[in-house]
Write a protein of this length. Structure first.
Length: 427
């Protein structure tokens, strides 16, 4: 089974004392202790590691609430870690966000770059600060853009062109907005050579806009989460879905096709031990020729869908709607225009002869769902809740998934994610 790990035993096992210490910490968490009681031994080998139960996001939040880790050398930052309903769940990281180790293996930025950081800042989002830490290591010039409103694109694009920006970074959804607006306004960024991305799968449509706006630009990807921080990186020579794990990150591809991650970094504050992000994937060789095992990420297997760069937990939203008196079933329909979510509609099936107060439910869902209230803070009218005659079904499979993504132009279609998720549903 050791070939299911990103590192061979002779490279990984001398560093497993870090995982053994994480295990001891997790054993002290009252909510998690029983499951580890069945594994009284330590973690000396990859086989022993593979035998431990995987951690899910809720488990990690249970652990963090108990452990409340603090950096001994720097400030401890709290960042949003999934949890799209109610108050944000948190992940922790020290100043620097472990980016020194990333920069050692991935020089996406260098001293001559002028880097526009377009990841949103504030609201406990980590990516903006992580990218800033990378830029700090590179010693380049930084323009801290954050997120902007629709009307502001032309002016800011003009500014970026004037400044000779050579690098920009953001989630692919946000990057698409930048390049779509640039193309629409006829603005070119001839000096742009690097597009850094993190937070979602790469969107192939970006290549088309880049060819028009910034023909020299190439993509540089990072893969990770607020729990694991950066797990792996890729370069323009790698396929967009393939990443080279950092040596501090031990990646395991389970027999069920799900990836899990174990930190080998003694400085890591989050107790990341066989942590599952919900991403499916496997280990592979990368055609770029770089030695060592690479991981191929095939997308989310759980019902978390990216809406404007934030994870929306569809099952939580549907469950809340279905608790409403009179609602027999609910479905989330996400409308996208060129990869960007333009609206979220919650469709309700009402039981026979019952009345549902959809307006009141909408008010409640919006205020209680962090992802919706944040992603649609400028256009909340694009979140609707209404009673429908029927939910949207997949014509091919006949299944009605809990969420559906459709293009703004017309027909609804279940995404591959949806299909995978609905295959696992009992109904
Ligand atoms: Zn590669």
């Amino acid at each position: 089974m050791t070939d299911a790990f990103s590192l061979p035993p002779d490279a990984a096992e001398p560093r497993l004392p870090v995982a053994a210490r994480t295990l001891e910490l997790l054993r002290t968490v009252p909510g998690l202790a029983p499951r580890y009681a069945a594994h009284p031994g330590g973690v000396r080998t990859l086989e022993e590691l593979a035998a431990l139960p995987p951690l899910l996001k809720d488990d990690l939040n249970t652990a963090l609430a108990h452990l409340e880790p603090r950096s001994t050398t720097a400030a401890t930052w709290l960042f949003q870690s999934g949890g799209s309903t109610g108050a944000p769940k948190v992940g922790y990281a020290p100043t620097g966000f472990y980016m020194a180790g990333v920069q050692e293996h991935w020089q996406a930025l260098d001293r001559d770059d002028v880097f526009a950081n377009a990841w949103g800042a504030g609201r406990m989002w980590g990516a903006h600060f992580l990218a800033a830490a990378l830029a700090d290591r590179a010693g380049c010039r930084v323009i801290a853009l954050g997120s902007i409103t629709r009307e502001e694109y032309p002016d800011w694009l003009g500014f970026l062109a004037d400044r000779g920006v050579t690098a920009i970074g953001g989630t692919p959804s946000v990057l698409r907005l930048w390049f779509t607006h640039a193309r629409a306004a006829g603005i070119k960024l001839p000096a742009l050579r690097k597009v850094l991305w993190l937070g979602e799968a790469w969107q192939p449509q970006l290549e088309e806009d880049l060819a028009a706006v910034a023909p020299q630009a190439r993509r540089w990807g990072m893969f990770g989460s607020t729990e694991t921080w950066v797990v792996g990186t890729n370069t323009p020579d790698c396929p967009a879905d393939t990443f080279h794990p950092l040596p501090d990150q031990l990646v395991h591809a389970g027999p069920d096709g799900l990836l899990d991650f174990t930190t080998l970094n003694p400085e890591m504050l989050n107790p990341v031990l066989r942590y599952r992000t919900g991403d499916a994937g496997g280990l592979t060789d990368c055609p770029c020729g770089r030695p060592g095992r690479a991981m191929r990420v095939l997308g989310r297997r759980d019902n978390v869908v990216q809406v404007r760069g934030l994870g929306l937990h569809v099952d939580e939203l549907v469950a809340r709607a279905e608790r409403e008196p009179g609602v027999s079933r609910a479905q989330v329909v996400i409308t996208e225009d060129g990869g960007r979510a333009t609206g979220v509609d919650v469709l309700l099936l009402a039981g026979p002869g019952t009345a549902v107060d959809a307006a009141a439910l909408r008010t409640e869902l919006l205020s209680a769902t962090f992802t919706l209230s944040t992603a649609f803070q400028h256009d909340p009218e694009h979140v609707t809740v209404r009673v429908a005659d029927a939910l949207v079904s997949n014509d091919r499979t006949g299944k009605t998934a809990s969420f559906v993504v459709r293009e703004a132009t017309g027909a609804a279609a279940a995404t591959p994610d949806t299909a995978a998720a609905s295959d696992g549903e009992a109904s």
